[in-house]
Every structure is written in C-alpha cells, then in structure tokens.
Design a protein around this ligand. Structure first.
Ligand code: ADP
Ligand code: GN1
Ligand code: MG
Length: 378
C-alpha cells in the first residue's frame, strides 16, 4: 500500500501535517484523521479516505454524486438557517484542484472537512442518540425531496434489491468458494424460509405503490454525527451510496443496527433483541422530520422494512462468509458469520414483535398527521 503520509501531502490541507491516524469503524473504506498545525491559528483536522474500489467500481461517478449532493445539501442547510460548516461534508481538493487522487495501485483517495465537536456512536445508548439519529435521517430525506434522482449514478446497482441479493446468495451457496456451506445449513434454511417476503417492497415499487426517492442507503448510527454536548444531529456522513431508492431502505437499515440491544457482531445471541423503546425513539424522530411528506403506503411498511432490511443484511454477511470474506472487512475468523447470526436473531425477534412495532408506527404517524411534531429539532 502507498504510505498514507505521501498521499496526504497531495491534498490542499491548511497548515503543516503533524499526525495521521486510522479512524472510525467502517466496514468498507480505509479512513484516516489528518492533524494539521497552523501558524497563529488553532490546529485543524481532516478526514482522508481510501475508497474500496472492489465495492465501488466507478469511483468517478461516486465522487460526482457526493459532490452534487453535498453542494445541494449546503444550499438547503443555508436556506433553513443552519451552519453549512458543520452540517455538510465539504470535499477538500488536491493541490492540483482535483476532487480525488488515484494512486499508482489504482486506489482512489479523497478528503473531507472534519465535523468537529460531534460524535458518531456505535450504539444507541439511552435512546436519545437514536432519536436524534432518526431526526437526522428524516431531515436528510426531507432536504433531498426535490433533488432530481434520475441525475444520480447508481454507485452499486441493485444495492437494496433484496430478490437480487437472494439470487447472489444462492449463487454463493452453489459455488461454495470457501467450502463453508455445510457448516451453515441452518442459516441457509433460515433465509430460504423467508423467500416470500423478499420481493414485497420491490414489487410495490414496480406497481407504482411506493415512490422512488433520493436515499442514503447506509443509515447506520455511526453514519451520522451528533453534537457532543447537546446530542442534536449535526451532519449525515458516508454518502457513497446515495442513490435513487426507497425511504423504507433508510428507515429499515437504521433500525436493524440501532434498535438492537447488542453489537452487530455480538457472539452471545441471548443478548440480541430488538428494543421497542429504541424503535419508538427512532420512529418518533424520523417521522417528526419527514413524516408529513411520506405516503400512506410508506408509513404502512415502516415496521416491515426493519425486518426486511435486517434479513437482507444478514444474507449479505452470510454470502460474504460463503465467498471467503471478500467484501466486508473482518477482524477475526468467522466474523461475517457472527454478524449474520445477530441479524437473524433480530429478524426472529422482530417477527414476534411485529404487531407492537406496527402500533408504535401508527402512534407517531398519527401525531404527525395531527400536526404535533413537525420539524421540532432545530
Ligand atoms: P465507511 O464507508 O468505511 O463506513 P465512513 O465514511 O462512514 O466510512 O467513515 C468511517 C468513520 O469515520 C465514521 O463512522 C465516522 O466515525 C468517521 N468520519 C467519517 N467522516 C467524518 C467526518 N467528515 N468528520 C468526522 N468523522 C468522520
Ligand atoms: C457497510 O460502510 P459501512 O460500514 O457504513 C455496508 C452497508 C452495511 C453495513 C453493515 C457500501 O456499511 O451496506 O449495511 O456495512 N456498506 C456498503 O454494517 O456495502
Ligand atoms: Mg460508514
């Protein structure tokens, strides 16, 4: 790998680079924090990332999406009286004025402003973080409501097309590249038993029952920065998968990660369940921000989307386990299988709690309709 120090020198950072450290817990890109000292001014930090081009095959299209969306969001934040320095990602160009740098090994590097005085959480804690995360992604949906979705590139085709993900999974079982298929028969059967639910959202989209919107598609709790003092949302990050999609993909994916009582890779499955209070917190925050623009069908499918997106993610982890761990970063043997098992435990729990989840959605959707909760978070 090209030394990160050499790459950092090529970017138009303000000041002298003093330190560079690996940063964050993402499963895809390599992220670094670059510390710079400036004369007569406080030090400044930047985020420098090496994009995983095995995952994102067309990085120039990806960067075009990120540039266009961040510029659009900046205008929208300004129009609402927000602070664009903190509430938007800003691409820091190279000294030659390019948005990214392709190294001699073909890797694409790009840099952003560091969102200061803010934290990206790995778990929902008391629930307040998760409420604010719901506000953040709801606001993201609302601010991008009029963005022309057809102008965005599909950075990963069929990213949340669950039936296509299922085909890829069956191919991985048949090819069995890692030789692990025999050991995971129970998990394979778990997926096959849920075949009928996989096409529900894509079929509704095809029938015109759900609108195509601009969506984030990777709405993990750690992809939103919350203020480190008051906890309120500051900025949505990790915009690599912003594409046309369903609002339900964003809602469901947030719940699968943030409403779990345990980490995504917890080994003790007795600790894993879907916390209904956390589910309620997120639902409340999300609907406060964008509930009034969602259709009745979108609202009706919110609880279902949590089950579907959790199943889909577990299926993706199992596919990668079968393929020999080529997609998600792993930090121990069997890591993807551990992640898959937590997802399936969550799916089972959500199936049991389906009616209560529906009831929670109805409660907060009703509040939106009665005008109690429109855009209360400043
Ligand atoms: P990945 O696609 O690998 O998840 P992310 O873009 O989410 O990469 O970055 C990984 C982590 O780095 C985030 O979860 C967050 O903690 C941190 N991070 C990313 N961008 C910024 C930023 N602009 N300011 C502060 N922290 C950031
Ligand atoms: C990846 O990049 P990160 O860690 O935020 C993945 C998501 C998965 C998630 C599971 C581009 O997200 O789709 O839901 O891991 N991102 C991509 O934790 O595949
Ligand atoms: Mg991320």
């Amino acid at each position: 790998m090209i030394p990160v120090e050499k790459v950092a020198e090529l970017f138009a950072f303000d000041g002298e680079i003093r330190d560079i450290k690996p940063f964050g817990c993402g499963h895809i890109n390599d992220t670094y924090c670059v510390y710079c000292e400036r004369e007569g001014k406080p030090p400044v930090r930047y985020i420098l990332q090496r994009i995983n081009h095995h995952v994102f095959k067309n990085v120039s299209q990806l960067m075009e999406n990120v540039f266009n969306v961040t510029e659009y969001l900046r205008e929208a934040v300004i129009a609402e009286g927000g602070d664009p320095q903190r509430e938007c990602l800003l691409i820091i160009c190279t000294k030659r004025g390019a948005m990214d740098y392709i190294d001699t090994e073909g890797y694409c590097w790009r840099a952003f402003n560091f969102i200061e005085n803010a934290i990206s959480y790995e778990n929902a804690g008391s629930g307040e973080h998760f409420y604010y995360s719901g506000c953040a992604f709801g606001k993201f949906q609302r601010l991008l409501a009029d963005y022309p979705s057809e102008t965005l590139h599909e950075t990963i085709p069929n990213f949340h097309n669950t039936p296509v993900r299922y085909e890829t999974f069956e191919k991985a079982v048949a090819e069995n590249r890692s030789g692990r298929a025999a050991e995971v028969q129970k998990e394979i059967e778990f997926i096959r038993a849920r075949r009928p639910m996989m096409g529900v959202l894509t079929d509704m989209l095809d029938r015109g029952e759900l609108p195509l919107r601009v969506t984030h598609n990777d709405t993990k709790l750690n992809n939103v920065m919350l203020d480190d003092v008051v906890g309120k949302p500051v900025c949505v990050i990790d915009l690599d998968t912003v594409m046309p999609g369903l609002s339900l993909y964003d809602f469901g994916d947030s719940i699968r990660f943030g409403a779990s009582t345990a980490a995504e890779d917890e080994i003790d499955l007795s600790k894993v369940s879907c916390d209904l209070d956390l589910f309620a917190q997120y639902t409340k925050g999300y609907l406060e921000e964008c509930g009034s623009m969602l259709t009745a069908n979108e609202i009706r499918m919110l609880a279902f989307s949590a089950r579907l997106l959790t199943l889909e993610c577990g299926m993706r982890f199992l596919t990668d386990h079968l393929d020999g761990d080529v997609y998600f970063k792993i930090h121990r043997p069997g890591h993807n299988l551990d992640r898959c098992r937590t997802q399936f435990k969550l799916v089972e729990d959500m199936e049991k709690k389906a009616e209560q989840m529906e009831e929670i959605v109805r409660r907060y959707a009703g509040a939106v309709r009665h005008g109690e909760y429109i855009h209360t978070v400043q």
